[in-house]
Design a protein around this ligand. Structure first.
Ligand code: EPZ
Length: 418
């Protein structure tokens, strides 16, 4: 087990490079299951979830070569396995993204049901409804879901909610289906566009990714790809907020600020000075930051993945504000830990009421999930004295070189194994 020790109270100042997007890389790596040709993804962050995806691809029958920030996937075994086992799926829910491509290629797939996690129940009914619209039969038994279709046929699929994972899974299945598919009420996240770009490079016929209605015309065969994964918008937002909380000034390179417009708007309204360029964004703290309410929602609104970090910021901005979480039903596990540092927070149903305090003070705290972890690190950086952050393995799922980047910005952080 590792923990991160922070001696807080130092301003973050300086320049760092943003990593590739974890949530874009995961479905892109799964897309390699659609072909026997070589697939090469660049700007892939070195994270635990990428390691889990690589292990899953190898289990299914791919040869995977990992170089720094690059993953090269080629065929290995003669036949792909149709199963994603419990041991891998329990480590990472995004393992369900192999369903679409394996169903399309093999006509059957068996995936351990991911179950809930710390932030919510997270069912996969929207994915499964989509597959069944395409003619698949679905069976649940022994903790596994089995999906079978002799031939996947294109269909009109209307999502009851614009699920990111379901949009990706249905894209990954429909590219090899017979005839046209239309996905309505699709998710519009930049990661969906990146996946569609990769699939189109492989020979797929997708139009409308990034909009609510996506058209896919199934093809018989797909080739390999070479692709640079988009920058991580959640990591970008996390460091901007860290600069604001510590009264610092950071410049983030190799990113795309157009992915985080809703967050930038709120940061500017709060009083932060933001400068944007074609591939960078900088944030500078100014006096008299003002509280801002937020409500999380699907893209392009304020992302749930930045809700916890925003709470750490508002905890130190004088005045009252609230955060409303609408995407996940249980994503407030960081509240109790932030309170341990001295934050004045009250949970009221799906809202948290925040009364900004003058200062936080360091304490031992525990991470419950990836973004909660980011919020605790941010709060620890601003808190006076020493903060010990336990269960940092959650952070290793989503923040590449976290301590190195923070140290480069002047933070006093170190990791110790115990
Ligand atoms: C993706 O998860 C991200 N993960 C999450 O990032 C992110 O929080 C989430 O989208 C929302 O933006 C990856 O991209 C790997 P959803 P996903 O399906 O695809 C409900 C992080 O910290 N739902 O859009 O699982 C679901 O329960 C993570 O990096 C159903 O009810 O999200 C949730 O309440 C965590 N039935 C809501 O929809 C379904 O079949 C959004 O889920 C599918 C989802």
């Amino acid at each position: 087990m590792d923990k991160i020790i922070i001696h807080g109270g130092r301003k973050l100042n300086g320049t760092i490079r943003i990593s590739g997007s974890k949530n874009a890389a995961l479905p892109i790596l799964a897309a390699s299951l659609l072909t026997d040709e070589v697939c090469e993804a660049d700007n892939v962050p070195d994270l635990a979830d990428i390691g889990t995806t690589v292990a899953l691809l190898e289990f299914i029958g791919k040869k995977v070569e990992r170089r720094p920030n690059k993953v090269i996937i080629s065929p290995d075994k003669q036949r792909l396995s149709d199963t994603a086992p419990y041991d891998l799926v329990r480590k990472m829910r995004a393992s369900v993204l192999v369903m679409g491509p394996l169903l399309a290629r093999l006509g059957h797939v068996k995936v351990s049901l991911p179950g809930g996690c710390a932030i919510g129940a997270r069912p996969i009914d929207i994915h499964l409804d989509g597959f069944s619209k395409m003619g698949a039969e679905i069976e649940l038994s022994g903790g596994y879901v089995e999906v079978k279709a002799k031939e996947l046929s294109g269909a009109r699929i209307v999502f009851r909610y614009p699920s990111v994972g379901a949009t990706e899974n249905l894209l990954l299945a429909s590219v090899l289906a017979k005839g046209p598919t239309i996905i309505e009420n699709a998710a519009r996240e930049p990661e969906i566009i990146d996946l569609a770009d990769v699939l189109n490079k492989m020979g797929a016929k997708i139009t409308g990714a990034g909009q609510s209605t996506i058209h896919i015309h199934g093809v018989d065969k797909l080739g390999g790809f070479k692709h640079e994964v988009i920058p991580d918008r959640i990591e970008t937002a996390t460091y901007l907020i860290a600069a604001a909380v510590t009264k610092g000034s950071v410049k983030l390179l190799h990113t795309n600020s157009s992915f985080i417009k809703a967050i930038v708007r709120k940061l500017v309204s709060a009083g932060l000075k933001i400068t944007e360029g074609p591939d960078y964004i900088s944030a500078k703290w100014t006096k008299n930051l003002k509280p801002q309410n937020i409500r999380t929602a699907v893209y392009p609104d304020f992302p749930t993945d930045v809700q916890a970090q925003w709470m750490a910021l508002m905890a130190l901005v004088p005045g009252s504000s609230y955060i409303e979480e609408t995407v996940f039903e249980n994503r407030f596990l960081h509240v109790g830990e932030l309170q341990r540092l001295g934050a004045d927070l009250r949970i009221r149903g799906s809202r948290v009421i925040i009364n900004g305090v003058k200062r936080l003070s360091g304490a031992p705290i525990m991470v419950s999930d990836l973004r909660a972890g980011a919020a605790l690190i941010i709060a620890g950086l601003a808190a006076g004295g020493k903060t010990e952050v336990l269960r940092v393995y959650h952070l290793d799922r989503g923040y590449e070189k976290l301590e190195q980047k923070l140290r480069k910005l002047g933070a006093r952080v170190r990791r110790i194994s115990y």
